[in-house]
Structures are given as structure tokens and as C-alpha cells.
Design a binder for this molecule. Structure first.
Ligand SMILES: C[S@@+](CC[C@H](N)C(=O)[O-])C[C@H]1O[C@@H](n2cnc3c(N)ncnc32)[C@H](O)[C@@H]1O
Length: 304
């Protein structure tokens, strides 16, 4: 194991007093029934079929990495899954980029507070929707055998934020008996110029119809899809602060092959990000919607 200092995940009991909405930060938009509708950065509801690459979770045990506000947890449960979510423990910080001449102290304190509010949002959702899902607190970098094995796992919009995405995936696949679902933003480098122009236009005007149509027509074979990772931190601008990689699907497919998995479903689709609800707003930030092509794959264990 490469991270012997990261403690094994521990089960967190649901708080006796569930956190209030004010104590929570919502990453996902979510309808909490009597507790109301909450707006977050991503409204994944209309995209679930694509986001999970069409996977079926009925009567499956599911390990969900990085549940954030629990929208996907709730929907996995509604889809018939018996869910165990794994979220960062208090004190196990995000992989913030260690720019040499940047004092990250304040950022890390703010991040740690946000993680607490994010865990609160999970328990708020859990309580409002009377979920059965269990929550493990730890890190994806250390998922020992004692955690148990699961029929399925999901790791969506997490790998880009990790310094060691391949190692994380190795940990998750080791606990996955049958099927893994992965979703990630598609690197711009994978797109042709026509689509890039439509993307820029949509992000400028807020109108996404032409882009939506284009993304809907694109097949995987039309993508530039190298088995490579694109490294995002730029020391000259000290941005981004907490995103390491853009990951083409071919890179993840190749690594999944090494782990004994075969990709059997691929989806390409468009998500809207509403930055009004973002935590980190660098200088010059404007609250607005932006559009992001995403890919998802579902892969089945074929070896060991
Ligand atoms: C961008 S959010 C994605 C949330 C959700 N999976 C989705 O697809 O909408 C990333 C999630 O991964 C979690 N995360 C980040 N680093 C992690 C780590 N080392 N171990 C476990 N979870 C981590 C974050 O706390 C957050 O819940």
C-alpha cells in the first residue's frame, strides 16, 4: 500500500441530531420532499442514465466513492442498490496542489470547513429521505479487505481531483466483484475544432442547443482518445487549486484492463455547471452556467 499513513475507513453513525440545511453545503441539486428543493452546482437528475452508463443496480451491493451531498446515494438506493458510501474523513484533506510559492493555509482551512458542511449535507439528505445507506469516512487511497467486497462500485467526478487517480482506481476495483461505473469530464483535447467552437459559444451565450445536438451525434470513434492523462496545474497562474487531471476514457479503459475489467458501455453527454453555488470563486469569477461534456463508462470484471 502506498499510503500507510491514511487510516482505514470507519463507519460513521447517523448523527442523533441531523444537521440543518444551514449547517450544510449542497454540491447537488436535490428534491428532499417535505424538506424542500435545494439548488446545487450540478443537477444530475435528468442525466442519470448517462451518468451511470446505463448500469443496473437492482439488488446489488454498491460502494459509492465520494457521495458529496448524497443525491446519487439516494438514487442508487431508489434503483435497488444497497449502498455504502465512502467520503473523506475529517482531517483527511483534499489533494490540494502544493504550489511552491502559494501559502495554502487559509485555503485548506476553508476546504476543511467545507468538507464538514458537505458531510452535513449528506446526513441532511439521509435524514430527509430516510435512507438506509451507510457512510464510511476515510479515503479512497486506502480501502482494505476488511471493508468487504461489493457487487458494484461507482467513482464519479472524483479521479480528476486526485493526485494518484490510478492508485485510487486500483483500490476501488480490488473491492469490486462485478461492475464499476466511472464518470469524468471529457478533456477538451479529445474534441474536434467544430465542437470546441460550439462549446465556447455556448459558454459565452448560455445557449446550448447546437452544442447539445453536436455532442449527441458524436461517437466515441470520433474523439481523439489517447491513453494519456492531461496534467492541469499551472504554476504560472497557480490554478487550479484542486484539480489535477483531465482523463480521456482510453486511459481509464487501459488501466481497467490491467485491473481485470472490460468496458461494456460508454456514454458521452453534456452537463451544466451552475457556478452560482460553487465554493471556490477565483478573482474575476462570474456567477453563471457553463457547459461540460462528460463521459461515463461501465466495466465488468472478466479476470480474477
Ligand atoms: C466533485 S465531487 C463528486 C460528487 C459525486 N460523486 C458526483 O458524481 O456528483 C467529489 C467527491 O469526492 C470526494 N473526495 C475527494 N477526495 C477524496 C478521497 N481522497 N477519498 C474519498 N472521497 C474523496 C469529495 O469529498 C466529494 O464528495
Amino acid at each position: 500500500m502506498m499510503h500507510p499513513n491514511i487510516p482505514a475507513p470507519a463507519l460513521e453513525a447517523p448523527p442523533v441530531e441531523p444537521p440543518t440545511r444551514d449547517q450544510s453545503f449542497f454540491y447537488h441539486s436535490i428534491d428532499l420532499g417535505d424538506a424542500g428543493i435545494i439548488k446545487g452546482q450540478f443537477d444530475l437528475g435528468p442525466h442519470l442514465h448517462n451518468y451511470w452508463a446505463g448500469a443496473n443496480f437492482e439488488n446489488q451491493t454498491v460502494l459509492e466513492i465520494g457521495p458529496a451531498s448524497g443525491f446519487l446515494t439516494a438514487r442508487l438506493e431508489r434503483a435497488g442498490g444497497e449502498v455504502t458510501a465512502l467520503e473523506l474523513a475529517q482531517g483527511a484533506d483534499w489533494d490540494v496542489i502544493p504550489y511552491r510559492d502559494w501559502d495554502s493555509t487559509e485555503f485548506k482551512i476553508a476546504r476543511s470547513t467545507l468538507q464538514m458542511q458537505l458531510r452535513n449535507s449528506f446526513w441532511h439528505t439521509h435524514n430527509a429521505l430516510s435512507l438506509d445507506a451507510k457512510l464510511l469516512l476515510g479515503s479512497v487511497y486506502n480501502i482494505p479487505e476488511a471493508v468487504g467486497d461489493f457487487d458494484c462500485s461507482t467513482i464519479c467526478a472524483v479521479l480528476l481531483h486526485l493526485r494518484h487517480p490510478l492508485e485510487a482506481l486500483e483500490q476501488v476495483t480490488a473491492r469490486t466483484k462485478k461492475q464499476i461505473v466511472i464518470a469524468e469530464p471529457l478533456p477538451g483535447e479529445c474534441l474536434d475544432q467544430e465542437t470546441i467552437d460550439l462549446l465556447h459559444g455556448a459558454n459565452r451565450t448560455g445557449q446550448s442547443d447546437a452544442l447539445l445536438q453536436r455532442i449527441g451525434q458524436l461517437s466515441r470513434a470520433q474523439l481523439a482518445d489517447p491513453a494519456a492523462l492531461f496534467f492541469r496545474p499551472d504554476h504560472t497562474t497557480q490554478a487550479p487549486k484542486e484539480t489535477w487531471w483531465s482523463l480521456p476514457p482510453a486511459a481509464i479503459e487501459a488501466w481497467l484492463g490491467v485491473m481485470g475489467f472490460r468496458v461494456d458501455a460508454f456514454k458521452l453527454y453534456l452537463l451544466e455547471h451552475d457556478s452560482t453555488y460553487a465554493f471556490h470563486k477565483p478573482s474575476g469569477h462570474q456567477d453563471r452556467k457553463t457547459f461540460h461534456p462528460y463521459w461515463s463508462i461501465s466495466a465488468t470484471r472478466v479476470k480474477g
